[in-house]
Design a binder for this molecule. Structure first.
Ligand SMILES: NC(=O)c1ccc[n+]([C@@H]2O[C@H](COP(=O)([O-])OP(=O)(O)OC[C@H]3O[C@@H](n4cnc5c(N)ncnc54)[C@H](O)[C@@H]3O)[C@@H](O)[C@H]2O)c1
Length: 281
C-alpha cells in the first residue's frame, strides 16, 4: 500500500512537527486536534519551520507556500474519510489513546492504517480496541521530529508484514531511518534512555551535584548530544513522568520516577513549554 494522504491526530509538540515533516516531503496531511488554539499554535510553528528553510536557502518562498498548503487543520473528523494512514500523537495516556483508536476505527476507510507515536505504551493494547489489529503499528518519531532521523516502527502481536512494509516505505519517503522493533514497553530508545534518566536523577538527589554540571559532563563526554535535564525540559516533564511510570509498572522499581520529577509535574513545571522545569526559561 502507498500512503497518498495521511492524518496526524494531536497537534502538540510532536503532532505539529510530524505534519511538517510529511508536508515537506510532499504528502498531503490533515492535522487534527480537539483544541483550536493548539491548531493555531501548530500552524505558526509550521510556518516558522518552512521560513527557516527558505532563509537557509534550502527551498524557495513559492515551494514553502506550496508545501504549507499540503496541511489542512481541523477539529472535526470529516476530513479523515479518505486518508490512508492516521498517526496518533495525543497525550501519553492509554485510556485516551484507546478512545482515539476506537474513534479512528469508526471514521477511517476500512483498509487504512492506524499508527501510534506513543513513547512506551503497548501497541497491541491499542490494536485490540479496533477491528483492524493487523493494520495497527507504532510509528515512533523522536523529538524534535523535523531534525531527528530515527523512527521506531513497532510491530504489535497482530501487525501484518504489509503494514510494516508500508510504514517502512513511508519512513524512507520522509527521509528518515526506520528501525523495526517488537512491542515491549519503551521499545529500544526509551528503555535505554529512561534507565539512564532514572539513575541520573537518583545520583543528583544523593549528591546534590547541580543540573548544569551533570548536563555539562554528559554532553562533553559525548554520552548524549545534550544533558539529561536539558533534554527532559525539552521533551516535557509530564511526558517524561508518564513514560517513567509505564516502564516502572512493567519492569519494576529500577525505572521508578524520582521524587523531584513527580514534584515538578505536580507544581505544573513541565519544562520549556510551561516556562519552568529543572531550569527556568
Ligand atoms: N514530547 C516528546 O518529546 C515526545 C517524543 C516522542 C514521542 N512522544 C509521544 O507523542 C505523543 C504526543 O506527545 P506530545 O509531547 O506531542 O504531547 P502534547 O501534550 O504536546 O500534545 C498532545 C495533543 O493531543 C491533543 N489531544 C488530546 N486528546 C485528543 C483527541 N481526542 N483528539 C485529538 N487531539 C487530542 C491535545 O489537545 C494536545 O494538543 C505522546 O504519546 C508522547 O509520548 C513525545
Amino acid at each position: 500500500m502507498y500512503v497518498k494522504r495521511l492524518a496526524v491526530i494531536g497537534a502538540g509538540t510532536m503532532g505539529a512537527d510530524i505534519a511538517y515533516v510529511a508536508a515537506n516531503a510532499g504528502i498531503p496531511v490533515v492535522l487534527k486536534d480537539v483544541q483550536q488554539e493548539v491548531l493555531d499554535r501548530a500552524q505558526r510553528h509550521i510556518y516558522d519551520l518552512f521560513e527557516n528553510r527558505v532563509k537557509r536557502g534550502r527551498i524557495t518562498g513559492e515551494q514553502a507556500e506550496a508545501r504549507r498548503q499540503h496541511i489542512q487543520y481541523t477539529t472535526e473528523n470529516g476530513l479523515l474519510s479518505d486518508v490512508s494512514l492516521a498517526i496518533e500523537a495525543v497525550s501519553e495516556n492509554l485510556d485516551l489513546k484507546k478512545s482515539v483508536f476506537r474513534e479512528l476505527d469508526q471514521v477511517l476507510p476500512p483498509l487504512s492504517l492506524i499508527a501510534s507515536n506513543t513513547s512506551a505504551l503497548p501497541i497491541s493494547a491499542l490494536a485490540s480496541v479496533t477491528g483492524r489489529p493487523d493494520r495497527v503499528a507504532g510509528f515512533h518519531f523522536f523529538f524534535p521530529a523535523h531534525m531527528m532521523k530515527l523512527i521506531e516502527i513497532v510491530q504489535g502481536e497482530e501487525t501484518s508484514r504489509e503494514t510494516v512494509e508500508t510504514l517502512r516505505r513511508l519512513a524512507e519517503e520522509l527521509r528518515k531511518i526506520p528501525v523495526l522493533v517488537k512491542d515491549s514497553p519503551g521499545f529500544i530508545v526509551n528503555r535505554v534512555l529512561m534507565a539512564a534518566m532514572a539513575e541520573v536523577l537518583r545520583f543528583q538527589e544523593e549528591t546534590g551535584v547541580s543540573y548544569a554540571d551533570i548536563d555539562q559532563a554528559v554532553a562533553r563526554a559525548k554520552i548524549a548530544p545534550m544533558g539529561p535535564f536539558v533534554l527532559a525540559d525539552a521533551l516535557g516533564l509530564d511526558v517524561t513522568l508518564e513514560v517513567a511510570e509505564t516502564l516502572a509498572a512493567h519492569y519494576g522499581e529500577r525505572f521508578g520516577p524520582a521524587n523531584q520529577l513527580q514534584q515538578l509535574v505536580k507544581q505544573g513545571h513541565l519544562g520549556i513549554k510551561s516556562g519552568h522545569g529543572f531550569y527556568a526559561y
